[in-house]
Ligand binder design. Structure first.
Ligand SMILES: [Zn+2]
Length: 152
């Protein structure tokens, strides 16, 4: 119950108010750097907007700075981000170009339906990996995401 469930709970809570939400996951490297273990969630101070193009969440520079300091203090790196969409899960152009995590190889997860179905909608979740500036790919087959009992 350390990472995933608190993340889904926060997203569902924001969703109940009609807002998208954003959570960043801190990670530690394992197995000689071949495995990223997500070890804690962080909810940055965020502002929800409704625009003509849809919903949007922004995190200002000061909040990002606080987030990075918090991860540093925990001995973690910001290596994953999770956000919710009102309906379908996909990476929008804004998602591509304004991520909260900038580490190459970082994971981005988009959860549909304001996360109101929790883990039950996991077959519709959209997973991406950061290749470079503004460039994301759907998780390739050799990258596996394992949800452990402890985390779920
Ligand atoms: Zn999005």
């Amino acid at each position: 119950m350390r990472v995933l469930q608190p993340t889904l709970d926060f997203l569902a809570e924001r969703g109940a108010q009609g807002h998208e939400g954003f959570v960043v996951w801190g990670a530690r490297l394992r197995d000689q750097g071949t495995t990223l273990e997500f070890t804690s969630p962080y909810v940055p101070h965020q502002t929800a907007h409704t625009t003509t193009k849809g919903l949007l969440v922004t995190v200002d520079g000061a909040a990002l700075d606080r987030m990075n300091r918090a991860f540093y203090a925990r001995g973690e790196i910001a290596a994953g981000q999770v956000h919710s969409h009102p309906t379908d899960a996909y990476h929008s152009e804004t998602d591509d170009h304004f991520p909260l995590v900038t580490l190459r190889g970082a994971i981005s997860l988009v959860v549909p339906d304001f996360a109101q179905h929790g883990l039950a909608s996991s077959d519709r979740w959209a997973w991406y990996r950061l290749l470079g500036l503004g460039e994301w790919e759907s998780l390739p087959p050799h990258v596996q995401v394992a949800i452990t009992e402890e985390d779920a």
